[in-house]
Design a protein around this ligand. Structure first.
Ligand code: SR1
Ligand code: MG
Length: 406
């Protein structure tokens, strides 16, 4: 066991031994301490620190079930995907992901840069903190990682090899179930509805046939549109921030899917933050910054996408005049649809977001959830109508006006 030649789930003491035996990151004489700090749904995350020098690193290990529930049997291959995608993203979007020091295919773990001087974006947003570079950094990350891994840029056989490399059936199945099926059907009886909104969700989501029909179309687009190497879980728990730095983490759900899956996740999660801020009467300047950030996320993405297209596209037919704008419109269309799907699944499905689930006042939470769900339906039912940041934000604000406090 102690030589780490066969897989087992490590405890904190074993992680210290592991790091000493597999890396030369710390001095041999360093006094190391280690704690498990993970609060995600799937894996175990250990921070190892040498208190004297202040040097530290992270060891992330995958188990063969999800941390939140043994119901999810998962291949430990996800840590290979995460390690390799982080390295690739680091090349495509330098400075915007943590450094990977080591991937271990026996212990199914990844040793990487410690970002403890950063805060998880969701936590920071719930504290009302402002990050002026956020939209700029996230749109650079998305344009670079998405457009540069797509068929319009990559040599087609090399792209297909990546599709094969990043086939991720179990993690995709989680999204197929939790994002694209259960929030509309509850067929696995594990949706976790806020009791005060249960009837409203049953009437306005489960019983809306037109909405379910669009969700069905989107599910099969998610499963078949191998457009780009998407992060696959780009919510505000997958982003670390500090004033002058943004780092995207956790790409274990990565696979070749629709670009709009990432952009829509970012927009939806900013909308959760806005809804919380709105119903709890947060500081005006914070709300104003969030609104600018939602708009900039859409508009800077579109702007940078077209600039990068001009510079990087190689496919002969993709160079046809006007094809860049047509292609971008399809991505914005998908962005709207996915924004709607993420907004719904975090309220009507199993996996919640703290932005809403920790609102302690019942009436405020009811309102925040209904604002998001009503906006979500617009995005899913009319995705072609939203092409600018202003248009995206307006849906949310109109929805908030339609759910004024009685
Ligand atoms: C069983 S995993 C639940 C959720 O956590 C992950 O971060 C994904 O968002 C997934 O849908
Ligand atoms: Mg995650």
């Amino acid at each position: 066991m102690a030589d780490f030649n066969s897989y087992f789930l490590m405890n904190a003491d074993e992680v210290i031994k592991y790091v000493r035996s597999k890396t030369d990151f710390f001095d041999g004489s360093a006094q190391l301490t280690c704690a498990e700090i993970g609060d995600g749904n799937l894996n175990y995350v250990f921070r190892v620190i040498d208190e004297q020098s202040g040097k530290s690193l992270i060891v992330k290990q995958a188990g063969d079930t999800a941390r939140i529930s043994d119901e999810f049997k998962l291949s430990t291959n996800r840590i290979r995907i995460e390690s390799n995608v982080l390295k690739l993203e680091g090349e495509l979007a330098p400075g915007l992901v943590p450094d990977v020091y080591l991937y271990d295919s026996v212990m199914n773990c990844c040793v990487m840069e410690d970002l403890s001087d950063h805060t998880i974006l969701r936590t920071a947003l719930m504290e009302g903190r402002i990050f002026p570079k956020l939209a700029d950094d996230l749109t650079t990350f998305m344009v670079n990682t998405l457009l540069l891994t797509s068929d319009v840029v990559m040599e087609h056989k090399a792209k297909k090899a990546l599709v094969q490399d990043y086939i991720n059936p179990e993690l995709c199945e989680i999204s197929e179930d939790l994002v694209y099926s259960e929030p509309f059907t509850d067929h696995n009886n594990r949706n976790n509805l806020f009791p005060a909104n249960k009837e409203w969700v049953e009437q306005n989501i489960y019983a809306d046939d037109a909405l379910r029909f669009e969700a069905a179309k989107l599910k099969f687009a998610f499963m078949t549109n191998a457009q780009a190497l998407v992060h696959g879980d780009l919510h505000s728990g997958s982003v670390f921030v500090k004033e002058d730095s943004t780092k995207v983490i956790d790409p274990e759900f990565a696979f070749y899917g629709p670009m709009g899956y990432d952009t829509g996740n970012v927009v939806a999660n900013l909308m959760f933050a806005w809804s919380r801020a709105h119903v709890t009467n947060a500081e005006e300047n914070y709300v104003a910054w969030l609104e600018e950030t939602i708009k900039d996320t859409v508009d800077l993405f579109a702007e940078k996408f077209l600039v990068s297209w001009k510079k990087n596209v190689t496919d002969i037919m993709a160079k046809e005049p006007g094809f860049d704008r047509w292609y971008l419109e399809t991505v914005l269309h998908d962005t709207a649809s996915v924004t709607g799907m993420e907004l719904i699944r975090r309220i009507a499905g199993l996996a919640k977001v703290k932005d809403l689930s920790t609102i302690s006042d019942e009436q405020q939470r009811v309102r925040a959830e209904r604002i998001c769900l009503t906006a979500a339906k617009q995005f899913i039912l009319n995705p072609a109508s939203y092409k600018t940041g202003e248009q995206f934000l307006l849906v949310l604000k109109d929805s908030a006006s339609s759910h004024n406090m009685q």
